[in-house]
Structures are given as structure tokens and as C-alpha cells.
Design a binder for this molecule. Sequence first.
Ligand SMILES: Cc1ncc(COP(=O)(O)O)c(C=O)c1O
Length: 379
Amino acid sequence: MTHLNNAGASMSPAPVVDAVVSHLRREAAIGGYEAHAEAGAVIEAVYASLARLINAQPDEIALVENATRAWDMAFYSIDFKPGDKILTSRSEYASNAIAILQVVRKQGAVVEVVPDGPDGALSTSALESMIDDRVRLIAVNHVPSQNGLVNPAAQVGAIAREAGVLFLLDACQSVGQLPVDVAEIGCHLLSATGRKFLRGPRGTGFLYVDRTVLEHLDPPFLDDHAAVWTAPDAYRMRPDARRFETWEASYAARIGLGVAVEYALDVGLEAIAARNALLSTRLRAGLASIPGVHVHDRGSVKSAITTFTVDGTQPVEVRERLATAKINVSVTTSATAMYDMPGRGLEAVVRASPHYYNTETEIDALLTCVQDIRKTPAV
Ligand SMILES: Cc1ncc(COP(=O)(O)O)c(C=O)c1O
């Protein structure tokens, strides 16, 4: 099996799987709450690991189920007024765009999409020119799902800080594949998932909230973990980012996430990024050299995500043909990226996303298979 679908869900290393399974076994042996209490220090350490990963403080981290829920908890905490502007990227992911459109519909906010620059990544000069006193939020992604570029997050952060505007960064596809440093980027809020390039379990995600903005954010849902019921008619929210969490969660998965973060830190994010660049450069160059194969990645800085189409064979069919050869890739459709893909004339692309543990031989196996598809296209 060659797994080149790390942008979908990566494969967890053995220590992650072992940690999850062993916590589940403890739950079965001594009881769920009792296993939770027993693993209290380990669960607490997950916050410290994530904080170390992104250069934040443990009290600025909330553990949630996925990147969308992390992003939503931040976004829906903002009290948008009619006419408030939300600036977003062309490469924005569907779930974020849908939430923005809901707030536009229900609260009268206005969304403006920042154009791309000549290289295809978000144009920071366009962003700068769109800032005015109605802008309430800049919500952009770091690495899009459907395009192998890296947006200039730190330049966006500098513009946001200068303008005094909240900056929410969707780092779902970047955390775990690149060094991500919230102090360097200057985002106030960052959402990410566990299952992709971090190699954590499914059903895990996290939100970073800069301490300085926490008090201005009123979460859309509160429970008795996020707040304390202090009197029959009163409650007090937690003073840390855990006000965005729920009390009930898969603690086995959270423990697994912590192990995945430590694993990534041990391998080293710089080393991971360098290896990913090597593998994806080999992949893109190989694909581009096959007549009738088109690579669609833009941006002057590239991620590991590699998108392409094959003349004469639909992306879904390419994925199936690769699956027959035991090579996992995915297909991304324009429904996930309506600000981006239709404008580039793309309805669907094949997405191959290597990660550092993949080998050059696996990349070459995909290239050979795509060559075969070109020789015998689907009818
Ligand atoms: C850029 C981006 N943002 C957000 C998400 C949503 O992540 P999740 O499925 O963990 O909610 C994805 C998922 O593919 C993504 O690629």
C-alpha cells in the first residue's frame, strides 16, 4: 500500500496507535472516568505539546474534534454587526466559506475575497488596499486543500496587526507538514486538525487563541466545562482557551494526538518540510514531464499537496486506477473551493499528498501508473 493521501488523513505511527488503544483498554478495565483521572497528567501534557509545536502557551490551546469545529468556535464567537467586513482568501475551504456566508445572511456582514497575486497565492498588496475601518476579521488559509501553494501567512499577520484587525488562520493542512509559529505569523486565532500531516487520530483538532483576544470572544456554545454555573442566574466563562471545548471527548484520541505531536517534534518540523519539498518536487516534475498530464499547483512557495489532471481520464477514474495499483490519492472537486477552482476552469483535480515517510520509490510508482493511464485512457 502506497499512501499518498496525507492531506486527507495520514497514517499514524505505531506509538500513536498504541497510546490510543492502551487508553481504550484502561477505560474497559477500570472505567472511563477512572481512566481519565489516572491519565490526568498525560492529558494535561497534550496542551503543552501543542503549545510547543506552534510556539504558544498551553492555556491558549483548546482541544476539539476537528479543524472545522476549531475554526467555527473562533468564528462564531465574533459578534458581527451589519456592514462588518470579513476578508478571506480565494483558496478558502468550503466549510469556512459556508460559515461566512451564513453570517452574511443572518447578521448582515459583508464578505470580500482577496484576489490572488501573479503567482497564484493571496496578494498581500491587494489585502492591504482592502483594509478599512469596517474590516472586522481576516480569515484566510495557510495551505489550501485543492492547490499546492503556501499562502504568505506572516505577511498577512503583519498587515492584520498593523491594522488592529483579528486574524484567523486555517492551518489545517500546514500544521505537521511545515514549521508553524504563531508568534512569527502574528495570527490571533489558528485552527488545525490532528489526522492530516500531524499523523494523529481521526476526530481530533485544536484551536489556538491569543490570550490578548480571549476576553473579546464569546463562544457560540458553552457547557459546564467551558463555564462554571456560579448562581441560579449566572455563569462565569473559563479564563483560558478551554472555554471553546466541550466536557465530553474521546480522551483516548486526545492522548494519541499528544503522542503524534511529540513524534513530529522528535522528527523535527524543518526536517519534515525539507523532505516533503523533496518528494513533492520529484512528484510534480515527474507528472509535468508526462505528455497530457497537467499540474495545477500555483504559488511561489509550495506545499506537499500536488494536484493534477490527466487528459482523457476523469479524476475519479484516475483515483480508481491508482487504487487498483494500491496507491491512495484523493479527488478534490470545485464544491470545496468555489472561490478558486471554477475561476481556473477546474471541476475536479486528482490530489496526491506525500508526507516525509513516503519513499522516492513510491513517488515513482505513482508516476509509472499515471504513464500507463495515459497509454490506456478510460473510454
Ligand atoms: C484547508 C482546510 N481547512 C479545513 C478543513 C476541514 O478540516 P476538518 O475536516 O478537520 O474539519 C480541511 C479539510 O480537508 C482543509 O483542507
